[in-house]
Design a protein around this ligand. Structure first.
Ligand SMILES: [Zn+2]
Length: 52
């Protein structure tokens, strides 16, 4: 059962039309606080290109 941190999600919403940097930032924070879903492949690829 994935661990869903509802409180964190209420506090940190993904901005509408978030650009890739915002998505990366959100997913990095998300991974530290919640694991309801994995980081999407596209975001992972972008992170790799940026040297994360
Ligand atoms: Zn989550």
């Amino acid at each position: 059962m994935p661990n869903f941190n509802a409180e964190w999600h209420l506090r940190y919403k993904m901005p509408k039309n978030a650009n890739i940097d915002q998505r990366i930032d959100w997913h990095i924070r998300h991974e530290k606080n919640c694991n309801c879903m994995p980081i999407p492949e596209k975001v992972r690829e972008a992170m790799a290109k940026k040297g994360f």
